[in-house]
Design a protein around this ligand. Sequence first.
Ligand SMILES: [Zn+2]
Length: 120
Amino acid sequence: MHELYVAQCILDSAEKALPDDVAGSSVREIVVLVGRLDAIVNDSLTFLFDVIKAERGFPSAALRIDVEPVSCRCLRCTEQFAVPDVDCFFCPECNSRDVKVLTGRGIRIMEMTVEDGVEV
Ligand SMILES: [Zn+2]
């Protein structure tokens, strides 16, 4: 299942990002930015994250998911544009389909909040 793999990756990354003197059990919130192109079902990801977080050492961490919109650059005319419909990539200036995706892909941790309110 795609979302289970993503939940595991988030917890792995969280563990690596955490300073040595901060325990995973003190993490209260993990904020992730998920690209819209990754087609994550937020409810499934949150559910699976909650299922595995304790055994991965983050029993009190809540997951917050922010979705990153998709933007592209046209390789023909260099126009940069947001993509409102992810099924349909073309440049609004010249109608070229030769575009490069700039944002909206990948999953990364934006911030973690630990017990005393410190963000890491
Ligand atoms: Zn163009």
